[in-house]
Ligand binder design. Structure first.
Ligand code: FEO
Length: 394
């Protein structure tokens, strides 16, 4: 389905309604899209990004419907295959086309797609490409979320094609975001899963995009934004150092003792005016956990001791937090054990990348007793103190 973005600018990419999993880990409750943008100048035609190879036929159907007989340039903003994977097939169909990208992306695509050196024209920051009455300018926006990522700016129409940056996993027939609540949610999920570890550099890249004063931001997943301020402001909020008065409690429980501790902690935190998000690590999906992490002040990992250490799912929870590097300020470990083990040391060793204060761990033996409930209440009191100190609870 063709989605018109501006005069002779079309989204000819693919809508993937059925896909439920990305990177074999990220769930896609709203499907996704791989946007490829056709820009037709009076002299030359460019295609900005391509599609996941298995959706190549959708791209070709759209190009045929627009009666596109020649593509001069394939602009590649990002080497990951959901955007670059159809380049080899497109080069067979349009043998005169050249792939326009930066040197780093070229290197990746030679490895990932086995493309020859001579199909590339290499560009750098600020270079332009004339299509006749339309001009493309290239702006390096690295680490959103690979080192080679860049943005292509269509100067006359003021459209920033940002690839993954500002994207959302959302399948929709609409060219532009209309259901803002839905798109906010999916864009936040997308940010949390792959962009969050690069918060600092994302801040610099946002400034670069703002400086362009775009009228439209057109990412390569989900709808485009005819009101760029909506997604730029959302990103500014997500990358800021400001957290909310929230605790994310990730837990796993085998025989119920750890769950009893979790319930008591939730109760005590709630009475203290702290919002709690509780996720069972056995059933929660990564997307929900990642999104929860965007704004929380504190993460608590609760686990029984198993095989002389934390439950493997608790290690997974710690590993995910460590890899996503949210702006969380405090992390706590709690749980129940039978006879001993290295639960705290092992979890701590999986949290080394987080710049956080580790709260004094709370481990109890067996099922919580009356004095243990008092300790859980004290533990909640420590969290309250920290939230007050951080200014998120008044
Ligand atoms: Fe949508 Fe990084 O690929």
């Amino acid at each position: 389905m063709i989605r018109k973005i501006a005069d002779r600018v079309y989204n000819v990419g693919a809508i993937d309604w059925e896909r439920t999993l990305f990177d074999e880990i990220v769930s896609l409750p709203q499907g996704t899209s791989y946007n490829a943008y056709l820009v037709q100048g009076t002299e030359k035609t460019a295609l900005i990004d391509t599609v996941e190879p298995e959706k190549y036929e959708q791209l070709i159907t759209n190009l045929e419907e627009l009666k596109v007989e020649n593509i001069d340039y394939i602009i590649s903003n990002h080497a990951e295959q959901d955007h670059s994977g159809s380049i080899p097939m497109l080069l067979k169909r349009y043998p005169n086309a050249k792939v326009i990208t930066n040197a780093k992306c070229k290197g990746f695509e030679k490895d990932l797609l086995h493309l020859d050196d001579d199909v590339f024209i290499t560009i750098k920051e600020g270079d332009t490409l004339e299509l006749g009455d339309k001009t493309l300018r290239f702006i390096m926006t690295p680490w959103v979320h690979w080192p080679e990522t860049m943005t292509t700016f269509l100067e006359e129409d003021k459209i920033a094609f940002t690839c993954d940056f500002f994207g959302s996993h959302a399948a929709t027939t609409h060219p532009f975001a209309e259901q803002y609540d839905r798109i906010y949610h999916e864009a936040k999920r997308y940010y949390s899963e792959i962009m969050m570890p690069f918060r600092q550099i994302i801040g610099r890249n946002i400034k670069k995009i703002e400086a362009l004063k775009p009228k439209i931001i057109a990412p390569s997943h989900g709808p485009a934004y005819s009101e760029p301020k909506f997604i730029i402001d959302a990103y500014k909020d997500w990358i800021s150092e400001t957290t909310k008065n929230e605790v994310l409690l990730l837990y796993v429980s085998m025989h119920g003792s750890t769950k009893m501790m979790v319930d008591a902690l939730v109760d005590s935190l709630g009475k203290r005016g702290i919002d709690v998000k509780v996720r069972d690590l056995i059933t929660a999906n990564l997307g929900e956990i990642a999104m929860d992490m965007v704004d929380v002040t504190t993460i608590i990992i609760a686990t029984p001791t198993m095989l002389a250490g934390p439950h493997p799912s608790a290690v997974y929870g710690a590993y995910i937090a460590n890899a996503l590097k949210p702006k969380v300020k405090y992390v706590g470990i709690m749980g129940s054990y039978g006879w001993g083990g290295r639960t705290v040391d092992i979890l701590k060793s999986n949290l080394g990348a987080l710049k956080v204060e580790l709260l004094e761990p709370l481990l109890i033996k067996g099922m919580p007793k009356e004095e243990d409930y008092a300790k859980i209440d004290e533990f909640a009191g420590k969290i309250e103190e920290k939230h007050r100190g951080a200014g998120v609870l008044r």
